[in-house]
Design a protein around this ligand. Structure first.
Ligand code: ATP
Ligand code: MG
Length: 295
């Protein structure tokens, strides 16, 4: 059963570029003159519980693109960005990138225990095969950040947490080691930058690809869609921390008010949920970058 709708989303015509694929949130285009160049366009679509919702969040695509671009600059690691100077129809919400051969691994780093990591820990005292000390709980800080990869799922399916050994089977030992090292390195850099701004980077997901075997950071990075950001002053071990991510939308969807069974297409979001969610994306952008978001 396919939950995620792919293709019904209107595809914006971009002069000079040919649309090649549509993900839950982003559309990819290839340059008509140079097929090593990719245009990554972030839409205002929002996904939750593996569904793409019918209600867009105004400016979300711009916020994610600009936040991601800011992080790529800060991180100083080799990445796929070529230019933010994009055709007018997608201004602010797109990046021209080098087309990479992507590794089919969602490279997750966790510095704190929550979500699916906590669930696994409670079953096995480990996450993705990484053993952890006893006695950890919701929002516990880990002794050191860990690499907890997931295998990229088919459209509509949930990404599956896998062990490091499984990654070795998928991409070979050298690449697996490089992915782990790069993931933990970028996580640590980003977590330090976020900490200076009073934000905890609890966990995050990267996607890497390569050109001729050279590892390059791709996709979006360190946005509320790919990361859990927590206000440091609200973090309490043992308690669920209110985050800047789309938890707000998830909470509304499973509330009595939404009346949703989680088996069918989710209901439209009420205007106040849309506005509150947009405000959270803007707040994350402004807190992290120290810049005012301009639509
Ligand atoms: P899926 O990844 O299965 O298509 P998704 O919902 O995660 O689903 P989006 O995040 O909306 O998809 O789209 C971004 C897609 O572009 C991802 O598949 C990602 O792996 C891919 N991608 C990102 N950067 C690059 C790049 N530089 N070269 C090639 N592919 C890339
Ligand atoms: Mg994605």
């Amino acid at each position: 059963e396919t939950k995620v709708r792919v293709w019904p989303y209107p595809v914006v015509e971009v002069p000079g570029w040919t649309h090649v694929s549509q993900g839950k949130v982003r559309d990819l285009y290839v340059n008509d003159e140079d097929d090593s160049l990719l245009l990554v366009v972030a839409s205002d679509r929002i996904s939750a519980y593996d569904y793409v919702l019918d209600t867009p969040i105004p400016d979300k695509g711009k916020i994610l693109t600009q936040l991601s671009a800011w992080w790529f600059e800060q991180l100083g690691v080799e990445n796929h960005v070529v230019s933010l100077d994009v055709p007018e129809v997608v201004a602010g919400r797109a990046m021209i990138c080098r087309r990479l051969s992507m590794y089919p691994v969602e490279c997750v780093a966790r510095g704190y225990l929550t979500g699916s990591g906590l669930k696994e820990y409670r079953e096995s005292q480990s996450v993705c095969g990484v053993s952890l000390p006893a006695g950890l709980t919701e929002a516990s800080v880990l002794p050191e950040p860990i690499f907890t990869p997931a295998a990229k799922a088919e459209v509509g399916e949930h990404d599956e947490n896998v062990s490091f050994e499984r990654v070795v089977e998928m991409v070979g030992p050298e690449v697996a080691e490089s992915l782990r090292a790069a993931t933990l390195e970028v996580y640590s850099k980003a977590a330090a930058i976020a900490a200076e701004r009073g934000i905890i980077l609890a966990d995050t997901k990267f996607e890497f690809g390569h050109i001729d075997g050279r590892l390059i950071l791709g996709d979006e990075v360190l946005t509320p869609d790919s990361s859990r950001f927590w206000p440091a002053d609200q973090w309490v071990e043992g308690q669920v921390t209110p985050s800047f991510d789309k938890q707000y939308v998830r909470d509304w969807l499973v509330s009595d008010g939404a009346g949703w069974d989680r088996q069918s297409t989710p209901p439209a979001l009420p205007a106040e949920v849309v506005e509150a969610t947009r405000a959270r994306y803007v707040e994350a952008f402004e807190k992290l970058t120290g810049r005012v978001f301009q639509a």
